[in-house]
Design a protein around this ligand. Sequence first.
Ligand code: ADP
Length: 191
Amino acid sequence: MNIVLFGPPGSGKGTQATYIVNSKKLTHISTGDIFRKNISQNTKLGQLASDFMNKGQLVPDQLTIDLLETEIDTYKNSNGFIFDGFPRTLPQAEAFDKFLDTKNMSLDKIISLEVSEDELVARLLKRGLDSGRKDDQNSDIIRNRIKVYESQTSILKTYYVENLKDKFFTINGERTIDVITKDILDILLKD
Ligand code: ADP
């Protein structure tokens, strides 16, 4: 089973992915986490990515696509994946489809978490205090990330509705974590 968790920054993708991964024994792939790991290890990729991330911009597509493909290839015996934070642009989604095809893989569910902008900003500022993540500490950078989501990522809803209509689900992300997890698990049980 391969799932894409989709939604703006702060919508709870990472939180939900952690719960679902545990109950479904899937592999969690978060492009943001991979970039942050590279930054903390001071790799070349980390150095390239950090300038974009710190400004609240997207890391360039080709870099992100290559990273994702390499990451998938490291899990030869996976039961399936939860993709969190990927794809975020149309070129990423198109490259992803092609790549999945070559691996005889496909997406089973795309789940979109919906949260209002004011709530997103409040959550991210709080996360900035708790986690120390630089891109969560400044409301201008946060607003920029939300703008980038609206201009580059949210169009993927149309893309997936057109391409994988019966597999696209929208969830209200402004409820308690456990209620949302239950909704997602129910969706995963549907054919
Ligand atoms: P959030 O969803 O809260 O923005 P992430 O950890 O998913 O947090 O992403 C943090 C940052 O990493 C993004 O703002 C962006 O700079 C970079 N990033 C993550 N995933 C991608 C992606 N698929 N394409 C380009 N940049 C990405």
